[in-house]
Write a protein that binds this ligand. Structure first.
Ligand SMILES: Cc1cc2nc3c(=O)[nH]c(=O)nc-3n(C[C@H](O)[C@H](O)[C@H](O)COP(=O)(O)O)c2cc1C
Length: 174
């Protein structure tokens, strides 16, 4: 059983979540590859997909949403899990997380088993030299709380649940 974990990440925190999910899946002896959505090649060989994105201005990173759209014909026939890594600061601790704007459309497109929102992280030292545009850099430096709000236990237990579900799915080429 091959699992592809795809991430859209501007400042690295979603990439680390994707890698942690992969590590947890491998503990259940799944074969797992982790790839950035921007460089990810055609995906027809994978048996299952976990696809996640950081959230910016209420949206998924463009490349991650594009990955789902581009590969929808394959994804719709595979087990797929989506995750967003978003709220930090007060948005994480005091408010109910809001689903990123494209998730409803992505859900309709590929019928994922689940979409889960995890708290994110912001390390301001990553902002300069990043792929963020001018306005986003300003927002990152002045309006978004710095800190690591990622809940690794929640992330690992979600990944463990995926491994359990995949244990019940027959491998396509077994
Ligand atoms: C410019 C900027 C805008 C953001 N907008 C949102 C948002 O609209 N909703 C949200 O939940 N998180 C928002 N965040 C928090 C990020 O989603 C969080 O830092 C995430 O972990 C970033 O992922 P990445 O490090 O993989 O790029 C924003 C962060 C920045 C820097």
């Amino acid at each position: 059983m091959q699992v592809l974990v795809i991430y859209g990440s501007r400042l690295g925190s979603t990439q680390a979540i994707a890698e942690r999910i992969a590590t947890r899946l491998r503990e259940d002896r799944l074969e797992v590859a982790v790839q950035a959505a921007s460089g990810a090649a055609a995906s027809a060989d994978a048996d299952a997909f976990v696809i996640g994105s950081g959230v910016y201005g209420g949206h998924w990173v463009k490349e991650a949403a594009e990955y789902v759209r581009r590969n929808r014909a394959v994804l719709v026939h595979r087990p797929v899990w989506l995750f967003s890594s978003g709220p930090v600061g007060d948005l994480a601790t005091r408010h109910t997380p809001v689903e990123p704007k494209e998730v409803a459309a992505l859900r309709a497109m590929v019928n994922p088993r689940e979409h889960r929102i995890f708290f994110g992280a912001l390390d301001r030292s990553m902002v300069d030299g990043s792929a963020l545009g001018f306005a986003e850099r300003l927002i990152a430096k002045t309006m978004v709380s710095e800190g690591d709000y990622r809940d690794w236990k929640a992330i690992e237990s979600w990944a463990a649940g995926i491994a359990r579900e995949l244990a019940r799915v027959p491998a396509r080429r077994a």
